[in-house]
Design a protein around this ligand. Structure first.
Ligand code: GDP
Length: 487
């Protein structure tokens, strides 16, 4: 057993014990919120906290519907070393400026304490309950790194180069391929060379990610979403065309890259899984299905592949590199298709069906691991309203909202003040169509019409006094993720 492994195990065991003891004194739940970049994590957490603190309309959240939530407030978080989720700035942007907040770039945490009346006879007689909810926001890209824990540098390098060869993806891919061809892995190690190749590799990963046909996300996750490691030497490595079966000579570029890869695994990947992921009880995975649909069947299939990779982290035994001592386990996972307010409500069930199809494999595995899985289509913040617009003798289902300043729709540039009605188009009744498999064309481009709408004006809360952000099915998500813990 290596010393670092031993330390990890001992620390995890101790932390779990301490957390368990604290939980008996004060019940708590650690809720992970993840998803790929721009899936809607920041907006979701902000809306969740805002609705609980201000008594939003949450009829499908059983404890709230029964009037048993006495109040909710923010408290200092338990982990001093983790940045705090900047709720105040985000809600300020949404509510006062009617602008979308700054997206997630790294892990952050927020503690919410919910006071409630128990629904059970015994619970009521024990007095008012209080549940601490620690919300952990982290980029889904970081979960991709799990695959690195099972591969050494040579294996990872071969796979990364295989992916590059299969899909060179434009100029950045060509530049990386040319540089790797011209690089001798046995050449003496060089800091400048490591930096140059790492920069080309990062540019390639980012270009693949930005490809409108793709959405591809490949590890290392921090190359896509560096968080606080922006510019860090931990991110200065790249794959090399290694001669098969040959060990890298001491002092060579290959040996240097392999060492850095090891450092990345030990100082970035392992601590993330140990300190954050392994301690979660509940998880919501947000998925921007609509933007993949907008880009076409290639992007839908790619999103499915990446989600399956991301979800591998929930498979039993995958965290064995940490230790067998983790007794915490995620027992509920919600997959949520976000931004459902871009569709007419008749299509929300269809959006759910598409997401269910997309994560079918991953969710079957999670069920196998003992977790209950649910699928939902939601809008944490509803920026549109439903309308029926008369066209000739017909009345067509439409949505209305204020496009963001600078948004271009049908050649017209909007000023951020004008309200419009839009026919978003319909999703297919058969969710399989959007994958474009078996010779099907998928959803033809232009079937759906999306616009970036401004966040809405506040609506009146149930007490008629408070003003809260409207949502779609946020209450259902809350009920699944927290309802049983407030029983
Ligand atoms: P993150 O990268 O996962 O933190 O993503 P954000 O929460 O920052 O969301 C990215 C963008 O998606 C936002 O800037 C909004 O434009 C849009 N968005 C997110 N959630 C919603 C929603 O509920 N409704 C609408 N209309 N747009 C949303």
């Amino acid at each position: 057993m290596r010393l670092s492994t031993f330390t990890d195990e001992a620390r995890l065991a101790l932390e779990t014990l301490v957390e368990r003891a604290q939980e008996i004194a004060r019940p708590g739940v650690r809720l992970g919120v993840t998803g790929l970049s721009r899936a809607g994590k920041t907006v979701f957490i902000t809306a969740l906290v805002h609705n609980l603190i201000h008594g939003g309309r949450l009829p499908m959240f059983a404890p709230a519907a029964a009037g048993r939530i006495a109040g909710a407030k923010l408290d200092p978080q338990p982990d001093d070393a983790v940045p705090r989720f900047d709720y105040e700035a985000h809600i300020g942007a949404l509510v006062h400026d009617r602008l979308w907040p700054q997206s997630t770039r790294m892990v952050s945490e927020l503690r919410l304490t919910v006071a409630y009346e128990s629904a059970t006879f015994l619970g009521r007689h024990l007095g008012r309950g209080s549940l601490t909810v620690d919300i952990v926001d982290y980029p889904g890209e970081w979960l991709l790194d799990l695959s690195l824990m099972e591969r050494d540098y040579a294996q990872w390098s071969a796979e990364a180069i295989g992916r590059l060869a299969a899909r060179p993806a434009g100029e950045a891919g060509a530049a990386l391929a040319a540089a790797l061809q011209a690089t001798d892995p046995a050449a003496p190690e060089s800091e400048a060379e490591a930096r140059r190749l790492a920069a080309l590799f990062t540019a390639h990963l980012k270009a693949r990610r930005a490809d409108p046909e793709a959405l591809a996300a490949d590890p290392p996750g921090r190359f896509l979403m560096p968080g606080d490691l922006e510019g860090s030497p931990l991110l200065t490595f790249a794959p090399l065309m290694l001669p098969p079966g040959q060990a890298a000579a001491a002092g060579s570029l290959a040996a240097m890259m392999a060492r850095r890869y090891e450092s990345y695994r030990n100082h970035v990947v392992r601590p993330f899984f140990r300190d954050h992921f392994a301690r979660l009880d509940r998880q919501i995975v947000l998925v921007d299905v609509l933007s993949a649909l907008d880009r076409g069947p290639g992007a839908v299939r790619e999103l499915q592949r990446v989600l399956t990779e991301v979800m591998a982290a929930f498979r039993p035994g995958r965290l064995s590199f940490l230790s067998g001592l983790i007794d915490r386990r995620i027992d509920r996972i919600l997959f949520a298709a976000t931004k459902a307010d871009h569709l007419h409500h008749q299509d929300h069930d269809r959006l759910e069906a598409i997401l269910a199809r997309m994560v079918a494999d991953a969710s079957a595995r999670a069920r196998y691991a003992g977790a209950t899985v649910q699928i939902a289509a939601l809008a944490a913040v509803r920026a549109t309203r439903q309308a029926l617009v008369r066209q000739g003798s017909e009345r067509l289902p439409a949505i209305t909202g204020v496009p963001m300043a600078g948004e271009v729709i049908d050649g017209e540039v909007y000023d951020g003040q004008t309200e419009i009605a839009l026919f978003p188009g319909d999703l297919p009744a058969d969710p399989g169509v959007v994958f474009g498999l078996g010779g099907e064309a998928g959803l033809p481009p232009g079937t759906l019409r999306f616009a970036r709408f401004r966040p809405p004006k506040l609506e009146q809360g149930p007490d008629g006094l408070t003003l809260v952000l409207p949502h779609i099915r946020l209450d259902r998500a809350l009920d699944f993720l927290l309802g049983d813990r407030l029983a």
